[in-house]
Design a protein around this ligand. Structure first.
Ligand code: NAD
Length: 312
């Protein structure tokens, strides 16, 4: 069956899945959206609620479906699974969510599917690794939302600090989407400048860098403590990644994918900037890192690898 480039399936219609569906409806990227959830009523309710917004947006087909609806989809977004509870790390979720991921991939494998699998559920790097190994799909077609959200938060914080549009900030969070992630400071630029801070009268770089990075790294914990879940930021990140796929944009973003020797890292899924197009990952773009950053990235890979060895 051929791929309908304007069809998306969302598996898991909780906070993240429904916010992503709502944002995707408004994005006009797709003309058909299928919602699947273990709780059929939830999928049907979300399809109706979001569908009623169509009168104020543009026409598309939105419905609660089944796995039989996946075969011609361009993208399947997986947002099913338990979310992080206060005081729980993303890695604590691994046991619950790896079982769910295996059952979903089992359903996908019973059908034909030639599109891109976009994993959002946490711990996203581990679940993307499981989805990749269990599905047998080529590595370019199985990607995680990775540190796209963290990078968005990083650019937001830097933009606020410097009084510039966050879209003019070019800086990445890389590694695990979680506690061992790192900021690639040596690659960060505002406009074309490395030293934009001084132009804005900021000289205490070490303190500012530590504050900004900690705020980014702890964002999810802070939001979850205050409102029990995070979903709007990730929904916008899902739209951004889907846009790169559907429009064949060749955009560079830090989605997570299988490492095959980059920075000496192998057989683990984590985020480094990658060119994303209609085929998923076109290529990874290993940016230059300082010795300290390289060590932190390898540590992040080791943390993930240990989780895979212990749990997969
Ligand atoms: P939620 O509990 O609100 O929703 C989860 C949904 O998954 C529920 O509707 C549930 O019925 C459904 N589900 C469970 N098992 C299923 C199965 N086998 N098949 C189909 N549906 C199933 O949780 P949430 O807040 O929407 O979070 C979902 C996931 O997204 C969590 O793992 C969370 O940690 C993750 N998340 C990731 C990011 C990111 O940046 N990658 C950001 C926020 C949240």
């Amino acid at each position: 069956m051929s791929v309908n480039s304007r069809k998306v399936v969302i598996v898991g219609c909780g906070f993240v899945g429904s916010a992503s569906a709502f944002a995707l409806m408004q994005s006009k990227l797709f003309s058909e959206m299928v919602l699947i959830d273990a709780d059929q009523n939830r999928a049907e309710g979300e399809a109706l609620d979001i569908g009623h917004g169509m009168a104020f947006a543009s026409p598309m087909k939105i419905y609660a479906g089944t796995y039989d609806d996946i075969t011609d989809a361009a993208v399947i977004v997986i947002t099913a699974g338990a979310n992080q509870k206060p005081d729980e790390t993303r890695l604590d979720l691994i046991k619950k969510n790896s079982t769910i991921m295996r059952s979903i991939v089992g359903e996908l494998k019973k059908r034909e599917f030639h599109g891109i699998l976009l994993i959002v559920s946490n711990p996203v790097d581990i679940l993307t690794y499981i989805a990749l190994k269990e599905s047998g799909y080529p590595a370019n077609r199985v990607i995680g939302s990775g540190t796209v959200l963290d990078t968005g938060r990083f650019r937001y914080e830097l933009g606020e600090h410097l009084g510039v549009d966050s879209r003019s900030v070019h800086a990445y969070i890389i590694g695990e989407h979680g506690d061992s992630e790192l900021a690639a400071w040596s690659d960060a630029r505002v406009g074309g400048l490395h030293d934009f801070c001084e132009l804005r009268g900021h000289y205490d770089h070490d303190t500012a860098m530590e504050r900004i990075f900690n705020s980014v790294k702890n964002s999810a914990y802070e939001i979850i403590a205050k409102k029990h879940a995070t979903y709007y930021g990730i929904a916008m990140a899902v739209v951004r990644i889907c846009s790169a796929i559907v429009r064949d944009e060749q955009s560079i973003m830090p989605v997570s994918s299988l490492m095959t020797g980059e920075y000496g890292i192998q057989d683990v899924v984590l985020s480094i900037p990658s060119v994303v197009d209609a085929n998923g990952i076109e290529t990874v773009v290993p940016i230059e890192l300082s010795d300290q950053e390289l060590e932190a990235l390898r540590n992040s890979a080791a943390v993930l690898k240990q989780m895979i060895q212990e749990n997969c």
